[in-house]
Write a protein that binds this ligand. Structure first.
Ligand code: AMP
Ligand code: ZN
Length: 319
């Protein structure tokens, strides 16, 4: 965890190319690996791209296979009531996506169509529904776990994957507005959840090394909003609550977080009244894998032609 790219792998120069040469994103579009939608950070994926996502997903499952995690899959939308209570809006109001729907009557409908025809704002009769877009795969889980009552003595472990939404449009292909996050989530005593995080720090590093990608693990912070947010970010760093496994993808200067290792302390335990077997508030931690980011890191370092990837990498993914 010394913050240097310690893995000795040859790869092409990652410095930004001159303006005339296509960017990494352009090359992904040109090869058809990602498909333009007209919105920055919102892309289609080709079969080849998805074959890598699927292989990485299987690889993660293989690494965690002996742990007995309970598998759960949620749709990419979650309960607005749960979202409101989770505290997300305190920390990241700018990233949240809410689902709104037409709630007017027939006359309002005519007005909507007239606005649409005139190229004017037609959204006046759209109202918030009881669904918001999931910002991280683990958000829907905590209240459901709490509903089951106190944790057993050994705690609990869940395996999640979901499309997530964050309103952060960007031309960097690694910063998408809709992307998939695979997670393992541990609930239990501080010792149990910290041991989980330690083990995944080692497993995550070994996994990315197996894929022959350069990496560095660093302490990190979430992008908390506003001035109060800066204090939260500083605290998070000072207490070592979040680590990220970074791989240079877009540039060497600003490597991309492909895996995150988060210790929430008793934040979700308190919020959702989740208890340990002895009645103490439960602690939680999660490891999150950015499925598109890992795929993009592989494409950046091993090339856009999957058949030309190093044999050891192909064997690890598809062997
Ligand atoms: P976080 O909850 O921010 O720690 O995110 C968990 C993982 O999701 C990160 O380690 C990234 O790999 C991935 N991720 C976060 N934001 C994005 C994004 N905008 N686009 C693609 N992947 C992302
Ligand atoms: Zn999580």
């Amino acid at each position: 965890m010394d913050g240097t790219f310690s893995h000795d792998v040859a790869f092409e120069d990652l410095d930004e190319p001159p303006a005339s040469t296509p960017t990494f994103l352009d090359r992904l579009f040109d090869q058809g690996l990602l498909v333009r939608t007209g919105v920055d950070g919102l892309y289609g994926r080709s079969g080849a791209f998805e074959s890598v996502v699927d292989a990485v997903d299987r690889m993660i499952s293989g690494i965690g296979a002996g742990d007995g995690a309970e598998v759960m899959r949620f749709p990419p939308g979650m309960s607005r009531a749960v979202f409101e209570r989770s505290g997300y809006l305190k920390s990241f109001p700018n990233l949240a996506g809410t689902v709104h729907s037409f709630c007017g009557h027939e006359a309002d409908h005519a007005g909507l169509l007239a606005c649409l025809d005139a190229g004017e704002d037609w959204t006046g009769d759209q109202a918030a529904t009881d669904i918001v877009l999931t910002p991280a795969a683990c958000y829907p889980l905590y209240p459901l776990a709490a509903e089951r009552g106190a944790l057993p003595a050994e705690g609990r472990l869940f395996d999640l994957q979901s499309y997530c939404f964050r309103r952060e449009p960007s031309l960097e292909p690694t910063r998408m507005q809709m992307f998939r996050m695979r997670e393992y989530v541990r609930m239990g005593s501080p010792e149990q959840v910290l041991a989980f995080r330690e083990s995944w720090l080692a497993r995550g590093e070994a996994m990315i090394r197996d894929l022959r990608l350069p990496l560095a693990i660093d302490v990190a912070n979430d992008p908390f909003f506003g001035r109060a947010g800066r204090m939260l970010a500083n605290n998070q760093r000072a207490q070592g609550l979040k680590f990220e496994l970074n791989v240079p993808v877009n540039s060497l200067d600003k490597p991309t977080a492909c895996l995150s290792f988060n210790y929430h302390q008793d934040h979700f335990g308190t919020t959702w009244e989740l208890r340990q077997a002895d009645g103490a508030v439960a602690h939680t931690a999660c490891v999150g894998f950015g499925m598109e980011r890992i795929t993009l890191a592989l494409l950046r370092h091993h090339g856009l032609d999957l058949t030309a990837w190093p044999e050891s990498v192909r064997a690890r993914l598809w062997g």
